[in-house]
Write a protein that binds this ligand. Sequence first.
Ligand SMILES: [Zn+2]
Length: 369
Amino acid sequence: MYVAKLLFLFIVPYNISAANPDPKTDGKWVIVIDPGHGGIDPGALGSISKEKNINLAIALKTAEYIRENIKNVNVVLTRTDDSTVDLIERPKIANRNNADLFISIHTNSTKGSKSVMGAETWIMGLASNEENLEVAMKENEVILLEDDYSTKYQGFDPKSPESYIIFTLTQSVYQRQSTDLASKIQTQLTEKIDRKDRGVKQAGFWVLFNTTMPSVLVETGFITNQSEERYLNSKQGQDSFASAIFRACKDYIDDIDNKSSISVGETGATTKNNSGTLLPAGKTVFMVQVATAVTRTEIKPENFKGLTDIIEINAQDRFKYATGIFDEYSQAVKYRKKIETIYPDAFVIAVKDNKILPLQQALEQRRKK
Ligand SMILES: [Zn+2]
């Protein structure tokens, strides 16, 4: 292994240049929308409705608004009907689709006062108080309905506060972007459709734990509040929530598209490619990819769960982040296993001159030597 002292170094990819002013023109935005619960899991219960149906109606409408009104976008839903989807599957759907944004849609409830109402948007993090922890526990509880949950979720018990220690490992790479999207959603919900503002909050939601993109969970309103339950079940209410979430996505995308076209131009003009000093030139090596993003993430340990040897690889319109530099594929596989607890979806890639090679091709080249 080439020991990587890359802490303060930053690789500038080959194929970013002034000649490529807008990286998103040919790249599609992929937005995954996750209607919470479904099938055997009704979610929270109101007096006239079930959470799962409200979530689905709002999610379908949101997808429709996004498809109709944002160019260059691909919307994927984790369910489009009343089917059961395991919690563990939902982030995987987003990861498999290389999503740029993940939005889980839910409806809140409380055992306390029926007068409690309002909208809140959550990002992954450690709950700062009991009340916040309870919301996450409630949303994670569905795990208990699934077969073999203790193996699948590595012993995670949604009802035990101790289990939530696992989330201390996840200072997410995308915390800043997730917060940005969450704030935009809250702004829309409170200023444009007049919901009571309960703010942007953090807690350990399993569905946000393993995603490799900016991710949020929206609690639209309280099914336990009579007037809010009625609003959540009305066509007008559902349309309003959907339009608010869609507009927040549009604002987010517009911001990034504007920023990236400027920053790419500047980068191309003023920086040099210094990857030769880090990756052996002209040689294929194996690395473990831990993250991918449309926007550049600053390389520092806090952004990568403490890893100090992250390097950036540019591939088409994405920034990819990888760790470890190995001569042998088997060493990279071993290393991937080692960091599995903090990056469960990491995978081995082959890299040559700061470009990703198809893995099969790299392995075949090796075999021929
Ligand atoms: Zn829910």
